[in-house]
Design a protein around this ligand. Structure first.
Ligand SMILES: Nc1ncnc2c1ncn2[C@@H]1O[C@H](COP(=O)(O)OS(=O)(=O)O)[C@@H](OP(=O)(O)O)[C@H]1O
Ligand SMILES: Nc1ncnc2c1ncn2[C@@H]1O[C@H](COP(=O)(O)OP(=O)(O)O)[C@@H](O)[C@H]1O
Length: 198
């Protein structure tokens, strides 16, 4: 930990940047197992927000692990660091006035709560994509469950690496046969209730 670092207070602040964008910046944090539908639903929701003139940015697990987090594995320790970095990056985006969507497994409650605490009240919206592992495994869009069952991938979430379900998510997308489009619509309605979209 370095010392002798001071914080610069700039004249153009967070509130002014949000005002320039005419929006209420926040983080829409999707969490759930691999294959639960995080990326699919986040993508549809982002499209709806964009159609509403909102400036958004979608941070997606697979993509971020190619760059910013390219040095990290799927050990517990590296997953903690992965989510810490995403939390800090999301905070910078919110500071810039942007509505951020994140689609990471983010398996640990402590790290999700850490990311929540980085932001002001109401700026962190936790969305639990609650698709049971049996369904995720049936979908297996990338063939990863099959590889994990064969022992070709170690530390796979839900198989030999834990997932801690949220206890206080703002919303849970329960697996009930609804389509991804209906889930995105449900989230859009929540954002209307929260005054994030008109
Ligand atoms: N061992 C293991 N466990 C879980 N997932 C694995 C693993 N290896 C690779 N993948 C692929 O990486 C994506 C998950 O990355 P995340 O950054 O979201 O994971 S985490 O939040 O740090 O736990 C995840 O993407 P999603 O399927 O979109 O969730 C997988 O495609
Ligand atoms: N109701 C649903 N919501 C989200 N995805 C669904 C739904 N029904 C089927 N799917 C499919 O499940 C898969 C989910 O994959 P993905 O969005 O990549 O999940 P994740 O990002 O959580 O790994 C996609 O192939 C998607 O088309």
């Amino acid at each position: 930990m370095v010392t002798n670092i001071l914080w610069h207070q700039h004249d153009v602040d967070k509130a002014r940047r949000a005002q320039a964008k005419k929006q209420k910046p926040c983080v829409l944090w999707l969490t759930g197992l691999s294959g639960s539908g995080k990326s699919t639903v986040a993508n549809l929701l982002e499209k709806k927000l964009a159609e509403n003139g909102k400036h958004t940015y979608l941070l997606d697990g697979d993509n971020v692990r190619h760059g910013l987090c390219g040095d990290l594995t799927f050990s517990d320790k590296d997953r903690v660091e992965n989510i810490r970095r995403i939390g800090e990056v999301s905070k910078l985006f919110v500071d810039a006035g942007i509505i951020v969507l994140t689609a990471f497994i983010s398996p640990f409650r402590t790290e999700r709560d850490f990311c929540r605490r980085l932001l002001a009240d109401g700026e962190f919206v936790e969305i639990f994509v609650d698709t049971p592992i049996e369904e995720c495994e049936k979908r297996d869009p990338k063939g990863l469950y099959q590889k994990a069952r064969q022992g070709d991938i170690k530390d796979f979430t839900g198989i030999d690496s834990p997932y801690e379900a949220p206890e206080n998510a703002e919303i849970t997308l329960a697996f009930s046969g609804q389509t991804a489009e209906q889930s995105a619509e449900q989230l859009f309605d929540l954002l209307k209730q929260k005054g994030i979209v008109a």
